[in-house]
Write a protein that binds this ligand. Sequence first.
Ligand code: ADP
Length: 499
Amino acid sequence: MASAKPTHKRYRNLIGDRWAPARTHHTFENRNPANTSDLIGVFPASGAMDVADAVAAAKMAFHSWRLVPAPKRAEVLFRAGELLAARKERYAHDMTREMGKVLVESRGDVQEAIDTAFYMAGEGRRLFGQTTQSELPNKFAMSTRMPVGVCGMITPWNFPMAIPSWKLLPALVCGNTCVIKPAEDAPLSTLHLVETLLDAGLPKGVVNIVFGFGPEAGGPLGEHPDLDAISFTGSSETGRKVGQNAAAGLKPCSLEMGGKNAMIVMDDANLELAVEGALWGAFGTTGQRCTATSRILLHREIAVAFTRQLVEKAKKLRVGDGLKKNTQLGPQINGQHIATSERYVQIALAEGAKLLTGGKRLHGKAYATGHFFAPTIFSGVTPAMRIAQEEVFGPVVSLLEFDSFEQAIAIANGVSYGLSASIYTRDVNRGYRAMRDLEAGIVYINAPTIGAEVHLPFGGVKQTGNGHREGGNAALDFYSSWKSIYVDYSDRLQRAQID
Ligand code: ADP
């Protein structure tokens, strides 16, 4: 039986048509990283049984949802886009409260879900396949996109509405049903997206949400035999596990993981623009984006001038509660991530890098109740150092120097990741060579490494992922499977390649 939606701060899983507590009877708290005394809500800490219930509900709902015409499925998404737009301010506020990023960025996160909703709603009337000629007479050939089935989704906390929307919305328009396990650090924003879909008319059971921790809830979801596909965004370590499980079950699996994104600043660059871009790329979202600018490669001619300006400006960045109007940098998500930033500062110092600013957790009254880390810049970094190779996922950026364009490209490419890269130059030839030669899924010219738009493919090469893309119609390739159909109207047996 359907039970009433909770109105208080105790949240439940959505399983089929029921809002249910975890069968484990365990819960966890969602607290504000800028002020840990601010309790946002208590969520179910689910286990394998809850996951199994959710997958069963999604499996059941698939029978009817797959038969809803795609343009009708799309109408739900369109209405969800409209509802999200109407609720944007409230959802952005709650997102900053649970995740910490400044309000303008949370608005951007909600906007990404709105944009994706409208884009994917449009796909309801496209989802194009091909019709083509048959090699045999009186025979017709075409291909069409079919839903995959039940899709599992495991998502991170840094874009707690945008990333779930990149997965849920293409999956839904293609006719799949879903079970999503959002990150334990920012579960509310994903719930807001799911509630909006229900309010827009999505039938119960089509999307199921299971809250909980990685190993206890995410693990069983990734391993569930009834899933037809699994999509994951998060750390490389976890992604590898999810990928190995999927491979064992021969399941389609989309992994989007780390980055060590480089911005190249040539000697002919507009320096002021490059400094501004570096600040945004390195310290936007407190460096907690997989596309964050974490290496800045400076032509030796402009290195001193660029560094002086960057450090001057970084020192002036206002760190604090993202809900306060003047804040430019919010907290890190939790104490563990602060510890990671601290650890990398020690690693960089031990390697011989020079700390120009930051390098420590912020203390004092304004910071006492949250997880705040000072914007941190290292110079004298060389390509082989760990600080130049490993993802920090915090407000820590490394400056490296080079003498030639070729050397810059080699340094940019000399990491195991390949998500995003950028170059500042006014030389059009160099710009085009960089577009061709940078080993990254996303390349920016005269812009930092962040700022993807929803209608283009998003994802990376090398260890960043396993070759799939989110965003745009590239996402449809993961959430649908091709069916090739031959219609023979000759009334006789015709043998391909033989007759
Ligand atoms: P982060 O360290 O940035 O939180 P994670 O990769 O740990 O990155 O988290 C991304 C998502 O993966 C979260 O939803 C998290 O709960 C989930 N997760 C973590 N560990 C596992 C696991 N062993 N199996 C499946 N999911 C997991």
